[in-house]
Each structure stands twice: as C-alpha cells, then as structure tokens.
Design a protein around this ligand. Sequence first.
Ligand SMILES: Nc1ncnc2c1ncn2[C@@H]1O[C@H](COP(=O)(O)OP(=O)(O)OP(=O)(O)O)[C@@H](O)[C@H]1O
Ligand SMILES: [Mg+2]
Length: 323
Amino acid sequence: MDATAASITLADVGKVYPDGTVAVDDFSLEVRAGELAVLIGASGSGKSTILRMINRLIEPTRGTITIDGRDVLKQDPVQLRRQIGYVIQNVGLFPHQTVRANVGTVARLLGWDRKRINQRADELLDIVGLDPARYGKRYPHELSGGQRQRVGVARALAADPLVLLMDEPFSAVDPIVRARLQEEFLRLQATVRKTIVLVTHDIDEAVRMGDRIAVLAEGGRLLQYATPAELLSRPASAEVRDFIGADRGIRRLAVTPVRDVMSPYTGPADGLPTVDAVATLHDALAVMLTSDATTVLVTEDGHPIGQVTRTAVFDTPVPETRI
Ligand SMILES: Nc1ncnc2c1ncn2[C@@H]1O[C@H](COP(=O)(O)OP(=O)(O)OP(=O)(O)O)[C@@H](O)[C@H]1O
Ligand SMILES: [Mg+2]
C-alpha cells in the first residue's frame, strides 16, 4: 500500500443533532487506500455530516470511524485534523493572509521552520499550476474563483495528509472552469494517490471523478456503492435509477472501457479505424460515427488486440432493474 494514503472505514455511524434531527441514521462505508470515493445524494441527505464526522468537525453519536485501522474517536481531534486535508465549497482561505501563507497553514501549525514551510508552499503552488513567484504574495481577493480553489487544494495537500475530504469543492466556479479543475485534480491525484472522499450533487462530476460512488438518500441511507460503470449499467433500485437520470446510457459509454466489450480480432484490419486499448465505448462510438464504420480495431502499442463492433457497443446490457 502507498504509505501516503490510508483506508477509511465507517461502521454503523450515526448523527443525531441536538435538536433531534437524524442527519445520519446508520451508515457504513469502506474507502480503500488511494481511492476516490464520491458521496452523492439529494440536499439534506447527510453528505456533509458524514464527511465532517471523519475529521471530527462533527462528533458522531454512534458507530466507529477508522483511518488505516486507527479509531479516529480515540485521537486528539486537533492532531487528527492536521493529518486530514479538508477542502470546502468556498475554499475558506484566510483573506488577510497571502496565498503562500494560506498554503503553509498546517505546516505552520505543525511547527515546521519558515524556510521549509515556504519551500513546501511553493512546491504545492507549482503542483496545482500556480506560479509561486507570481501568485505567492497575492491575497485571496486578488485571484479568480478557480485560482482560489487551487490554493485551497494546495493548502489541503501541504502537510502531505493521509486523507483528503472535499465538500463540493468545484461547485462555486462556472462549468468550464469546473471541468478544467476536475481534469487537473484527477491528474494530480494520479500522482499523489491520496484517499479522498468527495461530496457532490453533480452526477457528471461523480462519474468523472469517482473510483466508487456512494448514492445516499435522506438520513444517510446508502442506496448503492459501486464503480461509475457498475452504477450506470446496474442501478440497484428504481430510486437510484431516477437519481442518476435518463441519460445514464450515454454516461455509461464514457466510463466503460472498450476492453470490457472487445471481441477477439478476426481481421483483416485493412482500412478499419482504430482506438487505443485505454479508450472508452464513447471514444469507439465517436470513431464509428466519424468514419462510417461498424467495427473499430482496438490497438495497444500500435498492434491490434481486438475489435469492437457497433452491436457490442449497443448490446452491452443496461438492465432495467425492477423492485
Ligand atoms: N447543526 C445542525 N443542527 C440540526 N440539524 C442539522 C445541523 N446540520 C445539519 N442538519 C440537518 O442534517 C441533515 C443533513 O445535513 P447535511 O448538511 O449533512 O446534508 P447534505 O447532504 O450535505 O446537504 P447539501 O447537499 O444541501 O449540502 C439536514 O436535514 C440538515 O438540516
Ligand atoms: Mg452539504
């Protein structure tokens, strides 16, 4: 296992707020080390409550939460939070501190010396695509929304946390910036491989970002926990199907690898359009449509390894679940 990531386990976790609101009734989930789990569900379904119980900004009223097997409820909450990156919707940067100081927050709390803090802050700014020489001395109000969001991510990563919690981190920026930030974040995650729990109410974001998606209903009721492709092709109930929407068939194409429906290559390959082995059904279909072909060749390192037919693209079952 990657030493910089840790698994998270929630077992029979519940939260009843002092006024009697049962925000989360009985919630269990396992997030593997290095994976990005998405929590999605209607407003008020308990997503933020669950997230904030992991770093104990909210104390659970029942159940256990462990990070890498260690019970978070038995740790000092302040120490715990320093090991957990937390990114929220409006980023929550300190307005009167420079970008560099904001990124260095946790390192400062951990008592690092100034030189090391600044070095680390600049390294992180670089990683999130902000030139430290240009942006390090600015204040948050001198940045765009997307840039502020990147500073928030840099700050959350600065002390090399085991776990990253993100509550609708991309929702305050416009759709184009959001898509770019999501892409950048996924590239970053491919390198840092943190264990991440990300809350969103945007199914496209969930499908794009998640290794696994947890669909929640009121009271933190877990309707399904599955990979994006599984969720879209086999929603566990009518409730889930309604939630993910009528265009799940199209979304499914974008998350299903051609490898899943590829048949042995029967040749000859002359003139057939090709897609790479890492392509999705969406890519394969796009190639078919633009080249007016009914078969595409799947290649790896330039060699054919199989083929995908139009029938295979459309016949991959998207079963209607009945309950
Ligand atoms: N401090 C509180 N006291 C009482 N009830 C609360 C408190 N905080 C949240 N709640 C309630 O708990 C439930 C879950 O809230 P939570 O913020 O976890 O939902 P959410 O899924 O994050 O929603 P959203 O998508 O709108 O952010 C809601 O019914 C909410 O009103
Ligand atoms: Mg919320």
